[in-house]
Design a protein around this ligand. Sequence first.
Ligand SMILES: [Zn+2]
Length: 546
Amino acid sequence: MKAADLKLSELVDFEEGRLNLHGRRLVLHDLHAFAQLRKDLIETVGADGARSVLTRFGYFWGQADAAAMKRIFEWDSLSDLVLAGPRMHTIQGVVKASVRSLDIDESTGRFRMELTWHGSGDAEEHVIEMGRSDAPVCWMMVGYASGYASFCVNREVYFVERTCAGKGDPVCTAVGMDRESWGAELKTFLPFFQAEDVRGKVLELTRKLREQGRELAKQRQKLRLLAGEQPAGLVEVHSASFRKVVELAARVAPYDTSVLITGESGTGKEVLARYIHANSHRSKGPFVGVNCAALPETLLESELFGHKAGAFTGATRDRVGLFEEAQKGTIFLDEIGDISLAMQMKLLRVLQEREIRRVGESAPRKVDVRVITATNQNLAMAIQEGRFREDLYYRLRVIEIEVPPLRSRLEDILHLARHFCRVFARKLKIPNLRIDATCVDYLQSYNWPGNVRELENAIERAAVLSKDGLILPEHLPANVVHPILGPPGLVSPLSRKLSDIEKDHIQTVMRLVGDNRTRAARALGISPATLWRKLKQMNEEADGRS
Ligand SMILES: [Zn+2]
């Protein structure tokens, strides 16, 4: 196949309402509309910003055309594939392109191509709205030629326009070379190809935030150790149910098995994971925690496994993922029930093969990491509903530790409350901070849906409001003292619908029976099928709101 053989009518399939180039959809645009778009861009983001956007637009277009040409036809040589680029540009009506010279040295990777462009669409667009320019303006065409050639030779090729009809020259001319051949001269125009995008910025910011968060956690841990303080959540263990949990954690800590920690949020699942890490032979290695629900899937993948520079736009540098950061240590994946099925598949592979692949890389890297996961979801139910892979579930829960909710640790509540009193007395500098005996009943009869974390927040609030260090019921959050009123903000009976109260009651009962639907239905005096229907409706309403 030769470039000259390409014909638009044979390439494009004209269907009513659709133009297809071998499966890829094309759209014809009006030149004046494009001129307006260019003007708007220049006025909104400035000439350099507009140049970046249009250069990159052209670049992707060129890449897409090159990929199609390579896929559809058998080319006599690499040069013929490259020459099809200017031909495609011509038959798509962008410009009449002719090739003055082309040299490709496949052994050294050197590339040089000179083009002449007659009747440039870019230049015409620019002149229509912006008038004559004093520098070349065929930004999209330069991008297209660069994207096309780079794809064909599989290395970075950049075109630069030397003369341009947009600044009054008779024709536009452009030179393209590989990155090495350009040398230092490339520096002035490279930024227009590499405009930073939002995703790159988000990735960078997330990384910084995470680093700061980890640093902060480390500092806190150090301070706690200095103060001789144990992490909250593992102190004041008086209840048999929680003592069992800590004993089990201590027993599994020395072995490298996967541990799945389940329990409501706020029960201290991460504290337990840190405890396991600290009591394992990996304790000198890093502990890396990540909340899987906090990141969108695409970010999560590069966060966990890292990526190679250029793996996607915005990936300007190689990036080490958390699995590699946790080398010889422990990685803690919180909210594991929230990851997509595709991510579950990737994670399963990592657990089976003990190696990861950075996004954009084909070679695997070995990782020596202990995996601890946690969730507040019922994974068995998620499996039944097809939201969670059964094989992954069994790999994660070699040992399962269920952390009981605070309301079932009655013996611990008061001790924990007093523990937090000591913590906040020191932190807020309130000497002799103490809980009045009248608070005890309230603290023990409230059901603490937010668990230890909620109790800690309640005591901190009460400490701030207390008079002379004495915490009275009036200093506790209103919903602790008047649980019947439900969450704050729903105090007036006039503002509550009967269906809301029913919903609250169902949720409370479900919590009390540990999400066991059969027991809940019995307690509510309705059939399991009715309960199932009501729960489904509640879920749908919750989904509709979010
Ligand atoms: Zn031009």
